[in-house]
Design a protein around this ligand. Structure first.
Ligand SMILES: Cc1cc2nc3c(=O)[nH]c(=O)nc-3n(C[C@H](O)[C@H](O)[C@H](O)COP(=O)(O)OP(=O)(O)OC[C@H]3O[C@@H](n4cnc5c(N)ncnc54)[C@H](O)[C@@H]3O)c2cc1C
Length: 293
């Protein structure tokens, strides 16, 4: 089958490779001059310090199985370093504690009082994946967690993992994250770090693998109209707004649904308003990268 893939980010590159490996006649169309999309190395500029900075996927997790499979496929499986999850956390008084997959470490987590630590352990021992609330914070409260435990323990790793505080994250996403980080297979929670420039180990390596697999690559080739493509099937692998524009009616409706106010927001806003009336406390718990980075 003749397939056009629109977008040469990680999604488009891996779709194109799978299709080419499956024996299809693939052409990848990428608007920019280089492949990799959000994951790239910025071009060298005179006067800038060396090496040029990377953008995108700086940290992956061991549970990103498809991403790791993609790296293997493009010959870059050896370009990452795995570290066991160990997050040093420093409180506003400069005291250290560590979040890692160990009951002893959790019981020693000094940023929450002993009563909260015991409640955290109890919740983890009885962990179930079935949500009963909308937000992860409400789910945690239903599981006996205090606001202080949410702020000083759960939020510290939920926030960087989901880009949302527990008050705004969905219960389902929070439950999955905790299960993966603290209760699943140890290697699923590994922190996976690149050891080579992101542009080289993603876009450039994937371009070579695609060409070797017989796919055609067109860079600097923005697609404005899917009907203009000479293909039996099209894979659209571009950001949501651009997908909606390219897909027309159905895509635009999906985008409108996505932009409708989230049912989570009013609950989160109401709680934020309530907590704003409480006495503010100085708290700046900062997760730090593991030692040696
Ligand atoms: C600063 C930053 C840091 C990040 N850090 C991490 C991290 O540490 N860990 C992590 O897991 N994730 C991280 N991410 C997220 C991760 O990089 C992205 O989720 C992922 O790269 C998205 O890939 P994609 O293929 O879906 O989209 P994109 O990378 O956006 O690719 C879409 C491609 O489509 C092209 N395109 C768009 N419109 C058209 C068109 N009409 N015709 C042809 N081509 C078109 C674009 O040029 C682009 O190359 C980060 C992202 C950013 C921006």
């Amino acid at each position: 089958m003749k397939v056009a893939v629109v977008g040469g980010g990680l999604a488009g590159l891996s779709a194109a490779l799978d299709l080419a490996d499956g024996g299809h006649d693939v052409t990848l169309h990428e608007a920019r001059p280089t492949l990799g999309g959000a994951v790239h190395t910025l071009p060298r500029r005179e006067g800038d310090p060396e090496p040029p900075p990377d953008n995108g996927q700086h940290i992956a997790l061991g549970c990103f199985r498809e991403y790791l499979r993609f790296l293997e496929r493009i010959g870059e499986g050896g370009s990452v370093r795995r570290l066991r999850l160990e997050l040093p956390v420093i409180d506003e008084r400069g005291r250290h504690a560590t979040i890692k997959r160990s009951p002893t470490a959790l019981l020693r987590y000094r940023h929450a009082p002993l009563r909260d630590r015991l409640a955290i352990m109890r919740a983890l021992l009885r962990w179930s994946q079935t949500p009963h609330a909308e937000t992860f914070a409400d789910e945690l409260r239903a599981r006996g967690q205090s606001d202080r435990a949410i702020e000083r323990f759960w939020d510290v790793f939920i926030r960087p993992a989901l880009n949302l505080p527990a008050e705004e994250a969905s219960a389902e996403a929070g439950l999955f994250t905790v299960k993966t980080a603290l209760l699943g297979e140890p290697e699923d929670a590994d922190i996976v770090l690149p050891t080579r420039p992101l542009g080289e180990m993603h876009g450039e390596a994937a371009g070579r693998a695609l060409e070797a697999a017989g796919a055609a690559i067109e860079t600097g080739a923005r697609v404005d109209d899917l009907d203009s493509l000479d293909a039996d099937a099209v894979v659209v692998a571009v950001p949501p707004e651009e997908s909606a524009r390219l897909l027309g009616g159905a895509g635009a409706r999906a985008l409108a649904d996505r932009e409708r106010p989230s049912p989570l927001r009013p609950a989160a806003a109401a709680r934020a308003a309530r907590s704003a009336t409480r006495q503010p406390r100085a708290l700046d718990l900062q997760p730090r990268p593991p030692d040696g980075l």
